[in-house]
Ligand binder design. Structure first.
Ligand code: FAD
Length: 438
């Protein structure tokens, strides 16, 4: 008779320390088989062959496999649709339970529902635990049990709960044992997955403490390294949110507040999954954005003639990162100056951002367009030249990303593609017309 085993399914939690479901699987007493699935439903949406995120995941898995091997475990890596992979796993092993960590994105929810059903038909348990957030969406609600739609009261309640019972960070794996693989099928190569390696510089976790300490003073200046660059690690779980939130509590309330924004958007995507496709605010759902594809292409090619906007796009395309201040200006420019559909920008960011996180990206874009939760009113329209003067006064940031013969402060080499005053007034008319039903 085959030995009963537990599967631990790695998804957005690519680490061994403080991993809720991995720890639970080991504690179950069953031998644990860790698996990862490269899912074509996700990979097929990626347009860049040398997508940095795939290189990052691949390298992280290679490292995890090595570490697990030293602890007597075998990581199995598959390339296939999850339902097909699980059908195969159920044939190969006697699976008593599948452990994984919760994922609140719409696709992940559908996928997990399908795998839960498959487990039921095969007599196995499907156990999903909270891991990548301090509080799951249903844990921070209003008194009447409904979700918050506004950040400030949400964050107040979040902090109360956090202080009331601080999370524990558990650095070591509990005792338990791993299953020996029935066969060592070998790993798919990046080429098998349809990708090539990208030699980008992976942001290091270790340097974050000093940055977090000075965060409030440095976070808004794009010309310096004033933020943590941990987005990627939070996205793929290569850092524990509990470890980070406890550091933030000790070092910077402002930084902790940003982690709360992240959870706020995770909560929103859970309760309002349709907002990945349409405006949160009902009055803007039927809005027809008149901005042209030609204008969108200029924006995406860093040819707006506004140095801060163009520098932001270049930073994004060349490195996969864009500073938060610049993200706000760039997104505001596309939606409010050019009146282009926010979803075009959201998709563009999704293709390029190393730290792409659906909930935060949609939240950031809807905030910038003035159509989302806690929306910046549409009449608050960033002036890109003023923003540059205020946050990049010496031009350190724009000079880094734009060709040296561009003139940043006098007459730009490239004429601005649209006059700010004109764009501002046009935007106001557009939104007023939209909200008055004209
Ligand atoms: C249009 C737009 C799109 C965005 N898209 C994304 C995205 O796809 N993924 C993403 O993680 N963030 C997104 N943000 C939020 C923010 O810009 C990034 O989290 C931040 O710039 C990442 O850099 P960092 O890791 O150095 O952040 P830090 O400033 O060091 O912050 C630490 C962490 O807090 C979280 N965080 C910080 N600010 C926010 C915020 N406003 N909303 C939600 N979480 C936040 C992130 O996980 C971040 O890594 C977007 C913002 C805008 C305006």
């Amino acid at each position: 008779m085959r030995e009963k085993i537990a599967i631990f399914w790695f998804r957005r939690d690519l680490r061994l320390d403080d991993n809720s479901a991995l720890a639970a699987a080991l504690k179950s007493g069953l031998p644990v088989l860790p698996v990862f699935i490269f899912d074509p439903n996700i990979l097929e949406k990626l347009k860049l062959k040398d997508d940095r995120r795939i290189t990052f995941i691949y390298k992280t898995l290679t490292h995890l496999a090595e570490t697990l091997k030293n602890r007597g475990g075998t990581l199995r890596i598959f390339h296939g649709r999850p339902a097909d992979v699980y059908a195969r796993l159920f044939d190969e092993y006697d699976i008593a339970a599948v452990f994984c960590n919760e994922d609140y994105e719409p696709y992940a929810r559908d996928r997990d529902t399908a795998i839960t059903k498959l487990c039921q038909t095969r007599g196995a348990e499907f156990i999903a635990l909270k891991d990548h957030v301090i509080f799951a969406p249903h844990e921070v609600l209003k008194d009447d049990g409904t979700p918050y739609n506004v950040f400030t009261p949400y964050s107040r309640r979040w902090l109360e709960r956090f202080e009331h019972s601080l999370p524990a960070y558990v650095p070591t794996l509990p005792a338990g044992r791993f299953a020996g693989a029935a066969q060592n099928a070998g790993y798919p190569t990046l080429g098998d997955l349809g990708f090539t390696e990208n030699s980008f510089e992976i942001p290091q976790i270790g340097v974050a403490d000093a940055l977090i300490e000075n965060y409030a003073a440095t976070r808004d200046i794009p010309g310096i390294r004033g933020t943590s660059r941990l987005g990627l690690h939070l996205r793929f779980g290569t850092i524990s949110i509990r470890a980070l939130a406890l550091r933030a509590r000790a070092l910077s309330a402002k930084f902790l507040a940003e982690l709360i924004w992240r959870e706020f958007y995770q909560m929103i995507i859970w309760y309002y999954p349709q907002t990945t496709k349409e405006a949160f605010r009902a009055q803007y759902r039927k809005l027809r954005w008149p901005g042209s594809e030609t204008d969108f292409k200029k924006w995406a090619a860093a040819e707006t003639g506004y140095p801060l906007v163009d520098a932001g796009i270049r930073e994004l395309v060349e490195t996969g990162f864009m500073h938060n201040r610049v993200r706000m200006v760039v997104a505001s420019f596309l939606t409010k100056h050019l009146l282009c559909d926010w979803r075009w920008g959201e998709h563009f960011f999704a293709q390029h951002l190393l730290d792409f996180e659906l909930a935060s990206n949609v939240g950031g874009w809807q905030w910038s367009a003035g159509i989302g939760v806690d929306a910046a009113p549409y009449f608050r329209i960033f002036n890109p030249a003023e923003q540059q003067k205020r946050y990049d006064a010496e031009g350190e940031y724009v000079k880094r990303w734009l060709a040296s013969d561009d003139d940043f402060f006098g007459t730009p080499q490239r004429e601005p593609m649209i006059d700010h005053r004109f764009a501002r007034e046009r935007c106001l008319r557009f939104f007023m017309g939209a909200t008055s039903g004209k």
